[in-house]
Design a protein around this ligand. Structure first.
Ligand code: ATP
Ligand code: FE
Length: 375
């Protein structure tokens, strides 16, 4: 079974073709970082207009790369929700839940393609797709139940996956996501976005450069929050970076490299601590988890990967198999959307052409989504 999938939930316009034997025929991602850099974050209307411009091109490209026609496609999938809520935190549209405008562009294109070519349609939960990425890209695929750390632009969660569509949130953020905190702090630290890449890779490269911390830089001590609790919080870390910069009298007066490294280390330490708590929770609640999948945009960070491996290997959970999808599949892509739709196509469980986007949609409610169209 061959699926053409579209993904437009955030700032990447993506189309991909994947089949049920896990072959990825094509995987096209057009990013728009250069449009957003000046704003220091995703601007919903700018993103929407870019999706509108790019969607026909990515669909055409996905078919051309695969050397296929629409007649060779068996089903059309798209990202139905959720939108990355916290990326809007610092925009003028902070009261808009998610990016419904962005979601609608992929959804309408998918519906129209499916209707015109008489193909079945399936709407996919974006975080389910991030969680199941490893099933598409890793051999052998992780076994259920597995634990997954989802770290992205709009989410920071540890989730227990018991089937392709059943997920239980073990830990969630009480405020903003790690990805949006990284983006915000990279902007505060005036770190340049690498070409075609966003602030996250910018911060990673800046910290990894073979340059020591500034001479005489203080030993920065980031705050620890939610100690001992199965929950994340990143607001205090963000405020700490902001306060440190303001107290120094501006970014140009602060030892940027030392502060950037202290921030990145503190953010990753928070993930390590809570991951170990979650592993203990699984043990206590008799969930025989053998795989730990780390996915979402932040999971493409090499230092994070190394740190999580080392951290787990030093505990009694050392037998746990850590699975990191290739970085290009951790950030947004439509191949993961195609894969997350596959089990539904195979079960002939299709959506109606009247289906609406769901900007707010919990990963725990995949089979019973909220009913309101603009929730
Ligand atoms: P969500 O998946 O929650 O809806 P999203 O789709 O916008 O949000 P992703 O594309 O999955 O998010 O991830 C983007 C986030 O990952 C951004 O915050 C980005 O800065 C961060 N990111 C990407 N690469 C890296 C990296 N190498 N190091 C740290 N962060 C990174
Ligand atoms: Fe994402």
């Amino acid at each position: 079974f061959r699926v053409l999938a579209l993904e437009t939930s955030a700032d990447d316009t993506c189309a991909a073709i994947v089949d049920s034997s896990r072959r990825i025929w094509s995987n096209v991602v057009v990013n728009q970082h250069y449009l957003h850099e000046g704003y220091g974050g995703i601007q919903p209307l700018v993103a929407m207009h870019a999706h509108q411009r790019n969607i026909p091109t990515v669909v055409r490209q996905a078919l051309t790369d695969a050397n296929l026609q629409m007649a060779d496609i068996d089903g059309v999938a798209f990202t139905r929700g959720p939108g990355p809520l916290t990326t809007l935190f610092f925009t003028a549209f902070s009261l808009v839940p998610g990016l419904p405008g962005c979601l609608s562009i992929g959804l309408n294109a998918a519906k129209t393609l499916a209707a015109a070519t008489c193909k079945p349609l399936v709407g996919v939960h974006h975080m389910q797709a991030h969680a199941l990425t490893a099933h598409l890209t890793t051999d052998p695929a992780p076994e259920f139940p597995f634990l997954t750390l989802l770290v992205s632009g709009g989410h920071t969660m540890i989730v227990l996956a018991t089937s392709m569509h059943e997920f239980r949130i073990i830990a969630n953020t009480v405020d903003r996501s790690i990805g949006s905190t990284i983006d915000r702090c990279a902007t505060l630290l005036q770190i340049k976005w690498p070409q075609d890449l966003g602030p996250g890779p910018g911060l990673e490269r800046f910290c990894a450069e073979d340059v020591p911390d500034e001479a005489g830089a203080p030993h920065f001590q980031a705050p620890t929050i939610m100690r001992g609790q199965l929950a994340f919080s990143f607001t205090a870390l963000h405020s700490w970076v902001e306060r440190t910069i303001n107290a120094a009298g501006g970014t140009e007066h602060v030892p940027r490299r030392a502060l950037a490294r202290a921030f990145q280390n503190a953010a990753f330490a928070e993930l390590e601590t809570k991951l170990l708590l979650a592993l203990k929770w699984c043990e206590t609640h008799h969930h025989a988890v053998r795989h730990l999948v780390v996915s979402g945009g932040v999971a493409s960070n090499t230092l994070l990967r190394q740190r999580l491996k080392t951290c787990v290997s030093r505990t009694r959970f050392m037998e746990m198999k850590l699975v990191f999808p290739d970085p290009s599949f951790c950030t947004d892509n439509a191949a993961m959307i195609a894969w997350a739709s596959m089990h539904r196509f195979l079960a002939q469980d299709h959506d109606q052409f009247t289906i609406a986007p769901l900007p707010k949609w919990s990963i725990e409610a995949i089979r019973n989504p909220p009913t309101s169209t603009m929730n």
